[in-house]
Design a protein around this ligand. Structure first.
Ligand SMILES: Cc1cc2nc3c(=O)[nH]c(=O)nc-3n(C[C@H](O)[C@H](O)[C@H](O)COP(=O)(O)OP(=O)(O)OC[C@H]3O[C@@H](n4cnc5c(N)ncnc54)[C@H](O)[C@@H]3O)c2cc1C
Length: 546
């Protein structure tokens, strides 16, 4: 099926929805489609607890927020991106409020939380369900737009690209709906990729199942450069609850005074950093990893029970309830926690407007790489970056749309028609998925080594080859599409990590334990192989309604 829009958005997290509602408002005559692979709310955004970092108090300053971000980024932040995003913070918060986001406040003042690496309280939040509140309000705003259609259960497969006056252009996305077994081509002069992170490439992750790196893999296949994919942030404190859905114990719990203790009952953080529990995440995650290895334990304990029960229940209602549901009363006992893959600091190379190497393709949010986070993200800077970028990108999209015609339409790729049959056997795909995730956790986790990287390289390429051999012959399914993308992302992470011969920020390698500013104070950029896009003799499509 062919669908024609002015703008197509892939993803319904904070980046995709903020962008979509703004573009739909700026172009009342234009039509906007949002495609999302599960339900509208299923996204990392929906699970964000802590909040959005922004300078909102007279005791704080832009300079201080910039300085904290640069310190966490360990020398690799792009200063201009950091300064622009930080300065746009207060406006971004006001825009969210005017869309209907209800942040926690008292007497007209936002309650500002404190998180690791921040020199002061600056995290705007909605209790400990900030992401859910943002998703709710943004979806509401999108649903009110008459020129905006949302397609749920629709997975983007690959970008539609073509050559135009010697440059690569994006003309939309091929998509698939598993339930109906229907393929669609969404054609549009502007495509926004906002597909979030890559956490599912790892066995232990805080990310929901949608986070399989689809957008980064699609953009790379289409010809866009990616950068800094070796910098994967591990959240130090995920609830230890084997076999159950991951549940994150927000950094804000440490911000309020929770203490980390090992199985011997020793408070260990003072051994690793002067800021103790409030040290940057990579240091806390490595400290826990080291304690677990030293003591042969499966988890350490995070204790907040010395604070008043009523305060804990009011400040962390969701964490309190979820832990209680799993048999832990956090007002009375410590919480067992482990580190898990949480955030990807790298992604598709973009400017602050989300513009990429490919004309007509914008990327925002966690899939994008602006240089904001450098070698390590400062807590709560990602929602800020996503909303500020989406805001800028909406202006760029409208400008591009008004100065460019409808896309030339390449023929649908032949393999799209190959599989409207239902799948019988899923075992190969689920086996490869599990193998890949275990491999990444074991070989490319918090602490790396040259030997493990070499082994990971061989094994990931074996999986990639095997997927290539059955991708086209198997009936289409979300599982196989995701596995192909996950393997592509794993290969890119291995390549990036193997290139960097130093330890910096989130990349810690035993063979090169020092930071080497002379040779490595630069981004790890990977160029995709040059592949000719179709489009030499393609007609211009006339606009018609979707
Ligand atoms: C548990 C948790 C807590 C967090 N807490 C915080 C916090 O307190 N503060 C902070 O700043 N950051 C936090 N983060 C990080 C932050 O939530 C994310 O970086 C941010 O929400 C990413 O937004 P996004 O719009 O880029 O992607 P997402 O919110 O992940 O949205 C991605 C969307 O793309 C869709 N999608 C993916 N692939 C496809 C495809 N192939 N086709 C169609 N649709 C697709 C998904 O279904 C989803 O709708 C947290 C993350 C997690 C997991």
């Amino acid at each position: 099926m062919e669908r024609i829009y002015d703008v197509v958005v892939i993803g319904s997290g904070i980046a995709g929805l903020f962008f979509a509602q703004k573009v739909a408002g700026l172009m009342p005559q234009g039509r906007v489609a949002v495609i999302t692979k599960k339900s509208e709310t299923e996204s990392s955004t929906n699970y964000a607890q802590g909040g959005i970092a922004s300078v909102m108090s007279s005791k704080d300053s832009f300079d201080a927020h910039v300085a904290d971000t640069l310190t966490a980024g360990a020398g690799l932040c792009h200063r201009r991106a950091v300064e622009t995003i930080v300065r746009c913070g207060p406006q971004a918060i006001q825009k969210l409020v005017s869309i209907g986001v209800g942040f926690t406040s008292e007497k007209g003042k936002f309650d500002l939380g404190r998180e690791g690496g921040h020199s002061t309280n600056r995290v705007v939040h909605a209790a400990d369900l900030t992401g859910r509140e943002i998703e709710r309000a943004l979806l509401n705003a999108c649903r009110k737009k008459k020129n905006l259609d949302i397609f749920r259960d629709t997975i983007g497969l690959d970008l539609i690209t073509y050559e135009y006056r010697g440059r690569r252009r994006c003309g939309g996305v091929y998509a698939f709906t598993q339930q109906k077994r229907e393929f669609s081509s969404f054609y549009a002069p502007v495509t926004m990729l906002a597909t979030g992170g890559i956490g599912q490439v790892y066995y232990n992750t805080t990310n929901p199942t949608i986070a399989t790196g689809d957008g980064i893999a699609m953009a790379f296949r289409a010809g866009a450069r990616v950068a800094n994919l070796e910098f994967i942030q591990f959240h130090p404190t995920t609830l230890y609850s084997p076999g159950r859905k991951p549940f994150l114990i927000s950094e804000a719990v440490r911000g309020e005074g929770a203490i980390l203790v090992n199985s011997a009952g020793v408070k260990f953080m003072k051994k690793y950093h002067p800021q103790k529990e409030l040290a940057p995440r990579d240091i806390v995650a490595r400290a826990i990893d080291s304690e677990l290895k030293e003591h042969g334990d499966e988890f350490v304990l995070l204790d907040i029970s010395h604070l008043q029960g009523a305060f804990i229940r009011r400040r962390f209602p969701n964490i309190y309830k979820e832990c209680l549901r799993r048999g832990i009363d956090i007002t009375k006992q410590p919480i067992p926690v482990v580190p898990s893959a949480h955030y990807c600091c790298g992604g598709v190379m973009t400017d602050i407007y989300g513009r990429t190497d490919i004309e007509g393709l914008l990327v925002c949010g966690e899939s994008a790489f602006t240089g904001m986070h450098g070698a390590n993200r400062l807590a709560s800077n990602s929602l800020l970056e996503a909303v500020v970028m989406a805001d800028f990108a909406a202006d760029a999209a409208v400008e591009f749309r008004t100065t460019n015609q409808f896309p030339e339409i390449p023929p649908a790729e032949w393999w799209l028609h190959s599989s409207v049959i239902r799948q019988k056997e899923k075992v190969i795909i689920s086996y490869d998925r599990l193998f890949l995730r275990k491999l990444m956790s074991d070989f490319l986790g918090i602490v790396r080594s040259e030997d493990r990287l070499k082994m990971a390289h061989e094994r990931v390429h074996m999986i990639l080859k095997s997927i290539d051999s059955y991708y086209l012959s198997q009936p289409a399914s979300y599982a196989i599409v995701e596995l192909r993308n996950m393997a592509q992302i794993a290969a890119l992470i291995v390549r990036s990590a193997s290139r960097r011969k130093e330890s910096r920020g989130l990349h810690y390698i035993l063979d090169y334990p020092r930071t080497d500013d002379l040779h490595w104070k630069r981004d790890t950029i990977i160029k995709p192989p040059r592949r000719k896009a179709p489009g030499n003799n393609i007609r211009i499509r006339k606009r018609k309604n979707a």
